[in-house]
Design a protein around this ligand. Structure first.
Ligand SMILES: [Zn+2]
Ligand SMILES: [Zn+2]
Length: 403
């Protein structure tokens, strides 16, 4: 989960993925790397809407796909007129609206995380900065990535280090996980399947692969279906007709998927297990209940490969592994040849993240019900869900004891 406050230290007039009052106080130019809710903090708040309406020179830049998604999502569509599209691989000069003498060149690249997800490269008088957003680049892919090919020296790398932990050295590639899922579904001609996703977007490869292989459409709710109006190649794999299919990825789960085989698509659960030796990305938890290791974030090895290729002077993590200490984190960085001063210290916001994750683990072990995966990104009533979440977290300060 993103814990970055959004403000680029080198260019504080720019904020990325955060739209809170603290950002509005210093920034006039905003970027959105992708549309997962932990990268849209404050964007749905009335205070931000007020700020941007009263300051017409303010802009929010994002990819074409993100603009489309945001323009139809109920929480963000009221800002439609303010989303400006930046295209991949095309340098843009962006002026500081407060001082026309200050400008920066920004170039964006794909980040391999979800549709429309961007990496952002900023070049200006205060150094060259690369912001990865959430990213997944396989080690064998990254040397072909444009930013690596450009050989630009990077002063500061703001990077997604969600799985920067040697015990999460490798994660199955998404294609491999999907292949495993196809083999599994093939064994059950007449069964219904329920695919439990944990984010609004990011599972498109699964939908299209299942459709291509089985010729069966996947049931999703109407909002999810229309999210893909802009991506017909994804939408053609989906249906809003619950009765016409045995493959379901609907949220909330429809009655047709009631006695289905449930497969949770996630990665966090796998990374929290003590032994990391899974022979397959798909494992059985109980009768008709499975988990598929499907990661939208880079593994430890993939992060290390990318950092070594970029070889930045400074690193600034935008997401951290579960329960890592600052000293261990800095030690791991040193092993990669990054010996920066001052060393990285985590802000207390990471404690909240750890509690959330602890909640997930405890909840999964003790409450084997339908609600076993936390949906930060997937909710019809986001505000209410968040409130419920915090309520449940505060009840989990003490590990539950068996009576
Ligand atoms: Zn994300
Ligand atoms: Zn359904």
């Amino acid at each position: 989960m993103c814990t970055f406050n959004g403000i680029l230290k080198e260019y504080p007039w720019i904020s990325i993925d955060s739209f809170l009052t603290t950002n509005c106080q210093v920034s006039q130019v905003f970027f959105i790397s992708h549309i997962h809710t932990d990268h849209l903090r404050g964007l749905d708040e009335p205070t931000f809407a007020e700020y941007i309406t009263n300051n017409r020179s303010i802009r929010i830049y994002c990819s074409e796909a993100s603009r489309h998604f945001l323009s139809i999502l109920p929480a963000y569509k009221h800002l439609s007129q303010f989303y400006s599209v930046i295209n991949v691989d095309q340098p843009y000069t962006i002026e500081n609206p407060m001082d026309k003498n200050i400008a920066i060149t920004v170039t964006c690249f794909g980040s391999g995380h979800c549709p429309g997800s961007l990496m952002l490269l900023f070049e200006g008088s205060h150094g060259t900065v690369l912001y990865t957003g959430d990213f997944r680049l396989y080690s064998h892919q990254s040397n072909r990535h444009r930013i690596i090919l450009s050989k630009k020296p990077i002063d500061t790398l703001y990077i997604d280090m969600t799985f920067f932990e040697p015990s999460i050295r490798q994660l199955p590639e998404r294609e491999q996980a999907c292949q495993e899922l196809i083999h599994f579904i093939e064994q059950y001609d007449n069964r219904y399947f329920y695919l439990k996703t944990s984010a609004r977007v990011g599972y498109e490869y699964i939908y299209t692969s299942l459709y291509q292989h089985f010729g069966i459409l996947i049931h999703v709710n109407s909002e999810q279906y229309h999210l893909y109006d802009y991506l017909p190649q994804v939408q053609q794999a989906l249906t809003i007709d619950a009765h016409g299919t045995r493959l379901h990825a609907c949220w909330p789960k429809c009655s047709c998927a009631k006695s289905s085989i449930k497969i949770v698509l996630s990665v966090l659960w796998f990374t929290l297990q003590q032994q990391q030796q899974f022979n397959s990305p798909l494992i059985q938890i109980s009768t008709d209940y499975y988990r598929l290791c499907y990661s939208l974030h880079s593994s430890y090895n993939e992060i290390c490969t990318f950092i070594k290729q970029i070889s930045p002077t400074h690193i600034h993590p935008i997401a951290l592994p579960n329960q890592i200490t600052p000293s261990r984190f800095n030690e791991l960085l040193k092993q990669l040849g990054i010996d920066q001063f001052p060393t990285i210290y985590f802000s207390p916001s990471n404690v909240e993240q750890q509690i959330k994750r602890r909640y997930q683990t405890i909840e999964n072990i003790n409450n084997n019900d339908d609600n076993d995966e936390l949906d930060f990104d997937c909710g019809q009533n986001q505000e209410n869900n968040e409130k419920q979440l915090y309520k449940r977290i505060s009840n989990l300060q003490q590990p539950p004891t068996k009576k």
